[in-house]
Design a protein around this ligand. Structure first.
Ligand code: ATP
Ligand code: ZN
Length: 288
């Protein structure tokens, strides 16, 4: 058996661009050709399976793909429905953030879910939620346009994915309870094939490096040597800054990798505490 890895990503839709970018930043470039499901990376010995997001948990569980990128919402619904879905999430990818939430029409008097009709594309998760909270209600499975169901009289409320809330607003709906928050995750089979283990581990490290870098900034500034401690304490998530003496008397440069966002407010605080020439630079990759 070959040690080559296959990774399954969404063919088109909300996950595609970010999945493709993550692969590109990790050194995996590919181009799609027509309707072909399989693309070969031009830069690494990796195959990319381009499929509907709903097929990803099953392809990974069966070992057809060694890794997959999918929303936690889809993975959770399928895991709750089908015992054969055994793929596990191994890394939060930080994109496609949304939540699965209950919403009702703006003019609805609904106060609880008890004995109500709930339309959703996530029946297993909604049923699990109702069971855990000992609520009896009717769950109606709908595959698309869930937000219209209260207006055609088939549901009292809905449980659907919400990101900005614009779609709910456009349909005169208001969210009233979150069932789960979700983001894209990297999934892998419960047991990886032995020959592929090393390649998978190395690739996951690259993904981690890209994700860690996305929140990190490299900060450079100058300050009087007496203020070094004070300034270092203000740098967000900086482990061990580098202090470099400058030609000018009593001045040093501080260089630090900040693992948390550096906002304008932080820069202004650094400046008011004596820092000058403050540069905040993006970090592309980190390998620890
Ligand atoms: P496919 O054709 O591959 O089956 P789809 O129509 O089921 O695609 P998309 O709408 O592309 O799916 O959404 C894919 C994933 O993106 C969702 O499962 C969810 O994890 C995430 N997502 C983020 N924000 C939203 C949102 N506002 N609405 C729907 N999904 C969202
Ligand atoms: Zn889908």
């Amino acid at each position: 058996m070959s040690s080559k890895i296959t990774i399954a990503i969404q063919r088109k839709g909300r996950l595609y661009e970010d999945s493709k970018n993550l692969l590109a930043q990790s050194g995996i470039n590919f181009s799609m050709s027509g309707e072909r499901l399989l693309a070969r990376s031009s830069t690494m010995d990796i195959d990319i399976l381009l499929v509907r997001d709903d097929d990803i948990p099953s392809l990974v569980s069966k070992g057809v793909a060694d890794l997959g990128i999918v929303g936690q919402n889809v993975l959770a619904e399928q895991t709750a429905t089908n015992k054969k879905i055994t793929a596990k999430s191994i890394l939060d990818l930080g994109f496609s953030k949304c939540k699965l939430a209950f919403a009702k029409p703006l003019n609805s008097k609904l106060r609880s879910l008890k004995n109500k009709r709930i339309a959703t594309s996530y029946p297993a998760l909604v049923k699990e939620y109702l069971k855990m909270n000992s609520i009896s209600a009717e769950v109606i499975k709908i595959n698309g346009s869930v937000e219209l169901t209260p207006y055609i009289g088939i549901a009292d409320c809905i449980c659907d994915l919400v990101s900005s809330g614009v779609t709910l607003e456009a349909n005169n709906l208001i969210e009233f309870k979150t069932l789960m928050t979700s983001q894209a995750v990297l999934i892998s089979p419960v047991e990886l094939k032995k020959v592929k283990q090393t390649n998978v581990i190395n690739l996951v490290k690259r993904f981690e490096g890209v994700i860690n870098a996305s929140d990190s900034k490299y900060v450079m500034l100058n300050v009087d040597s007496g203020a070094v401690d004070k300034i270092c304490n203000l740098l967000p998530g900086a482990d061990s800054p580098t202090i470099i003496p400058l030609q000018k008397d009593n001045k040093v440069a501080i260089h630090a990798l900040c693992k948390e966002p550096v906002f304008w407010e932080t820069m202004e605080k650094l400046k008011s505490n004596g820092a000058s020439s403050i540069l905040v630079l993006p970090v592309e990759k980190i390998l620890n």
